[in-house]
Design a protein. Sequence first.
Length: 317
Amino acid sequence: MKRRELLAGSIATILASNLRAGSFSLEDVSGGLGGVTVDVEQQVAASAGVQWAIYQAIGGIAAEPSSPTGYVLKRKVADRDVDRQVSAIFEPLYRTSSRIDLDWRIGVVNDPAINAYTYGAGVVFINSGLILACEKEEELAGVIAHEIGHVDYAHAEKGTAARQLLQSFSLQEMARGVRPVDEVVSFLAQLNGIAYKGYRRLNEHEADAFIVRAFNETDYDVHQSSACSEMMLRMFGKHQPDQLTCLFRSHPDTLERLQRVRSIQATYSNRRPPRATGDFAELKERLTVYLQREGHGLVALEKATANAIYQAAIKAA
């Protein structure tokens, strides 16, 4: 078997296996490509720390092709009552994680897009648009638990480790002159595409399964674990009948996700009463009033300003 096929098999094994967060040596998986030790947990924590420092200062920065400047400012929702109510949902859920020792934090971003995301290391962000789109607390709690699941399964660390393995192989192959540069780059792109599509979809299923676990260990009804997928289907599937009903192309089909979560939650017999709607309605009302006052949406940002903010955040972190 060719060296290229052997390496592809090794990388596929890494991407499919349940790697533990932390350090590993390239020699462990590639038969001696360099013995470089990659402390991925430290790198992810540093990156998440930078993003949190930016959030604390101004909110967030993102590249946006539709912006006239190419970048946008995602403002922080600076309302103590909103923070308090979101944290009240977040805290019991993250305490079900096996990585309770992390510095868990959640921030609300002034962004109408229906989305939530994590940079790993216990740092989670949710958009104002997502909160307003949720019809009940279980939907928002499910999305938050899903992001906690990504952290619990160390998906950021695993992705960083896999990318560094691919990059190290590429650089060493080119440096040794084993293969032409264009061939190595092409091979790297193909493997990265496999990782992006297949590995990310596996991650989503794992994070979805975590919702069931978290709901079962808190005072949410475990049979409401599917509320997150049901919301996604309601928001995106109904209007796109000819397309995959998924929020992102790297994610599994929403119907498939919904069926998987329902099959898991069906194995639990315990039921709890629905959550009272008053607190969640109050959260949405408070957020609506805030956004009416401050404006709801992104702000164009010059590239030089974005870079300056990012560098300042690195120093602060």
